[in-house]
Design a protein around this ligand. Structure first.
Ligand code: AMP
Ligand code: ZN
Length: 488
């Protein structure tokens, strides 16, 4: 297997070699469940799910963990504003996450742990870091205390962000109520405050800081050293830098072998984010665009490049999905027509070897792109070339069954990995309302053209043919009536 991935730790493309042959341990930072997720958040959820599917396709047994952050400042703020508990808020938005993720065709992770279900492991990890001398407790009030990671005690801090302590120090901040020794230090445990949920710990009542949950859950479900850890590029610092420091301080072992980060989804050239208010929820996007088109849009760019969420790009993806689905539909129709003809013993078997040779060359291009740092954009380019090739063949009247077998297998495989054709998706298999409306309009115009020809109104009949042609619809008059097909 020749998969090469760009590792943000080395800043180089590296041949991917898992720690244990044939198995991949993969952790991806999941959503903070205080609200609906936006379409920018959907980018890592979609792309890393596809990477996991691809790895499974090429033969790895992948354990894929994506967590739910169900306790943090945002969770507490929103729950208090709504007058509900943090647990109720989490329950609600985990359910909403699952609805949208399912609608977007994102597969369930192998494990989707919640921070609050892993308090024992979180507390244990913090204890280990204190024992190794890399964290300290500061009493806040009475029995309760905060625990901070002592950044200056950890010489390799900054190795992922590629920043020195001096550079990091200039951007460091001390939040209200924090009593740490150094502005660079970050909270592992926060003492209880009025109106906040809390758990018992060796440092009194309190709750974990954000970063520690991923260190604790990653090692619980995947082991102390894992193959891949991913998330959006905004997580490099401080979240992932802190995860490395915590995990490596606790275990003394390398935490992650390959770090992957997706680029931002932008809107008007700015990062889409809740705090900027420039976001569209995935729910709203799904009302506007078909899920397959959203997936095609996300996968049509390299995962590390920024992408601009703009109507033009999405409309292009809507058209792209139509082409893919039409190709699959036409292939099914052609196969049915073919077997009907074969029943009448009119067909002769032709050689499919030339088609198969070209198909295999494009298939190789698909793998080449996927193996080259998971270049889904290039892979999708190869998929559309396959569609073009199939569409050319389908125009022929006699087709060998090997053609259908190979063409169907190729499209099925692309769909299983990328999820942009929707072959086995019952609802996606139904033609969309848009396609149905378009087809009935074409039929109506064909009837109007036949009537115009009958009454010798050739001006109108030519006009109809020309207007359909401008939409890529070609009419063919046959003794059995007028047939139509889509131009390539
Ligand atoms: P959050 O729920 O804020 O922790 O974010 C969940 C995931 O979405 C993280 O991996 C973030 O890095 C990622 N993310 C947030 N905003 C964007 C964006 N505009 N484009 C791409 N990824 C994003
Ligand atoms: Zn995380």
């Amino acid at each position: 297997m020749n998969l090469v991935l760009y590792n943000d730790l080395s800043r180089e493309k590296e041949k991917f070699v898992p720690l244990n042959e044939g198995r991949v341990t993969f952790y991806s930072c999941g959503p903070t469940v205080y609200d609906f997720f936006h379409i920018g958040n959907a980018r890592p959820f979609i792309v890393f799910d596809v990477l996991r599917r691809y790895m499974e396709h090429i033969g790895y047994k992948v354990t894929f963990v994506q967590n739910f952050t169900d306790i943090d400042d945002k969770m507490i703020g929103r729950a208090n504003a709504e007058g509900i508990t943090v647990a109720e808020l989490a329950e609600r938005f985990i359910a909403e996450y699952r609805k949208d993720a399912c609608a977007l065709g994102i597969h369930d992770p192998s494990v989707a742990p919640r921070a609050t279900d892993n308090m024992i492991e979180i507390i244990d990890t913090i204890k280990k870091i204190i024992e190794k001398g890399h964290a300290y407790e500061v009493k806040t009030s009475g029995e309760n205390g905060d625990v901070y990671f002592d950044v200056r005690s950890w010489p390799s801090y900054g190795k992922l962000a590629k920043q020195s302590l001096e550079e990091l120090e200039s951007g460091a901040r001390v939040d209200v109520g924090e009593i740490k020794r150094d502005p660079l230090d970050f909270a592992l445990w926060k003492a209880e405050k009025p109106g906040e949920p809390s758990w018992d710990s060796p440092w009194g009542k309190g709750r974990p800081g954000w970063h520690i949950e991923c260190s604790a859950m990653s090692s619980k479900y995947l082991g102390e050293t894992i193959d891949i850890h991913s998330g959006g590029v905004d997580l490099i610092f401080p979240h992932h830098e802190n995860e490395i420091a915590q995990s490596e301080a606790a275990t003394g072992k390398p935490f992650v072998r390959t770090w992957l980060h997706n680029g931002f989804l932008l809107i008007d050239k700015e990062k889409m984010s809740k705090s900027l208010g420039n976001f569209m929820t995935a729910r709203a996007a799904l009302e506007k665009y078909p899920p397959l088109a959203i997936r095609l849009f996300m996968l049509s760019a390299h995962y590390r490049s920024p992408i601009n969420f703009a109507p033009d790009g999405l409309e292009q993806s809507v058209g792209g999905v139509k082409r893919l689905r039409n190709c699959w539909g036409d292939l099914q129709n052609a196969r049915q027509n073919q077997s009907a003809r074969q029943n009448q013993k009119t067909a002769t078997d032709k050689d499919a070897s030339e088609f198969i040779r070209e198909l295999h060359a494009l298939d190789a291009r698909f793998y080449e792109a996927m193996n080259d740092d998971f270049n889904t954009a290039g892979a999708i380019g190869a998929v559309f070339e396959v569609v073009k090739l199939i569409n050319i063949q389908i125009r022929q009247s006699c087709l060998p069954s090997a053609f259908f077998d190979e063409a169907e297998a190729a499209l099925r495989k692309f769909d299983a990995i990328l999820g942009v054709i929707g072959i086995d998706d019952e609802s996606a298999n139904e033609k969309s309302k848009e396609v149905k409306d378009e087809e009935s309009e074409i039929e109506r115009l064909i009837e109007e053209r036949a009537a115009a020809r009958k009454s010798k109104n050739f001006e109108r009949s030519d006009e109809i043919r020309a207007s359909l042609l401008s939409l890529g619809i070609v009419l063919e008059d046959t003794p059995q009536g007028t047939k139509w097909k889509r131009e390539l």
